[in-house]
Design a protein around this ligand. Sequence first.
Ligand SMILES: [Cu+2]
Length: 282
Amino acid sequence: MRLLRSARAGIAVACVSTLVAAPLLVPTTSTAATARAEAAMQSISIKVAKKAITIHGAKGLHAGRIKVKVSGKGVAEILMFAKGYDFADFRKDVAASDKGDMKALKRAIARTTFVGGVQPGSSGTVVLPKAGDYTVFSFSSRGHGEFSAAAKRQTKQPKVDGTIVGKTGPRWGGSSTLPAAGTFKFKNADSTTPHFVILQQVAEGTTTDQVLAALQSEEQGPPPDWFLPASLETASLSSGKSMTVDYDLPPGQYVVMCFFPDPKMGGMPHALMGMLEMIHLQ
Ligand SMILES: [Cu+2]
């Protein structure tokens, strides 16, 4: 998944100067009412550090919807592996796909359920599909975390302000406008591949063709002038899965992108296959 990682790194590098200047993702403040509603939902917190991933609050956890809060250095990805496949296999397959081994990439996709997760400083909900063992992974950490969930409990999806849908193509569907702060639902309705979301703020009027050209460009140097500082990233979701993401971003135009690599295209990230869409936050 070299392309996935380098694409993420590229975005991160482009953002870094402005990220330091402005706290872009202020944790959403809950009103008393939502705090009461959330009280019933199980909750875990995940800290992603370079060397280790630590998880708090996972004791006595049941499968079903849980609230996830992430802090630290990178996006936390919650994974469940198929029987006979484990984190060591996953790591090995990711390393092999880095070197262009598409069989390894296909195996990693086939044997891993990507349950979702959020970036540091953010929160959301994910659905643990069934009782069993879960692994927390991050491209930003050498470590990993583990937790278990007991029999599933039925839980309600929190109220959302809009939806972002990954569709077969690959392409995007869902809301064309969202409030600047709130909660969106991210659903992967594509039966063929996992997807993740990067929301990147761009200048008003920027086109997906401009973004595509910039992504395809080999040029090093400063980001294009339409590239604005605010961004948000989620973890990957397998086919049929959904999650909710709490966010607070500056109003404006954003490009929705996914950089998950496609094994049928030699590992090309979906964004370069045209999985780009413009939305507005207002
Ligand atoms: Cu994708």
